[in-house]
Design a protein around this ligand. Sequence first.
Ligand code: SF4
Length: 269
Amino acid sequence: MPWIPRGLREGIVTSRYPRRLDNYGPGFRASVTITRGTTTGDELNLAAAACPTGAITVVDADPSLDRGACILCGRCVQMLPRVFRFSPAIETSSILRTRLVVPEPENDASLAAVRGELARRVRALRRSVHLRHVDAGSDGSDEWEIAALTNPVYDVQRLGIYFTASPRHADILLVTGLGSAGMAEPLRRTFDAMPNPKVVIAAGVDAIGGGLIGQGYASNGGVGSLVPVDVFIPGAPASPFTLLHGILLAINLLPARIAQTGPLTGTAP
Ligand code: SF4
């Protein structure tokens, strides 16, 4: 944990992120990366078959992994450590659902269009933003990580980010959970009650695509069919830094280094 020695050295534990990148330590399961060309198609197909959420696709012995479906269970890492590896990298959120698939597909033009539209909408938010969090059928893990955002280590208030209990005061709708049938109407009503401009964030793989459950009689398989999602934050659950990266992506407050180059590093070096 980088902040323990820093806290002892500087007397303050609060992260400098996003001014300075503050990854978790080695071995932290923030995301899975892929190293290509190190094994056969048969082995890759076995790993794909073992993935409980179907996050791995293999085409002509070339693997890709959908972080929007990966629950970080580690089966693929255990089976094929030469190919799949946990990474502590935190900047994995995206404003395009397709960019959660690593290695990234080529789509810079569409990314620029979406980024431009989002920037236009959030320009009016200016100096501080208020988030309304809605649990639309979560297992509770996402909520633990969201609660950590306000502790002294992450301290999102230093960035002008606040949580609000009222959708009338909210700029950002932060949604967790798979979009359960019972929460569909409350979620829609919360979205409708928010003033414009507003931004919707799907936090965690459950909110993105339903996670392990997927779509069923009580699940909408993610919240995308209920509210228009602007930012996708992968993870099961997403860590506080990954959540913070997604929130900053939503409000266009990331430093130029991320905004220009994009955060994803899907293929291991
Ligand atoms: S870590 Fe992710 S990609 Fe690998 S098997 Fe588990 S869910 Fe699938």
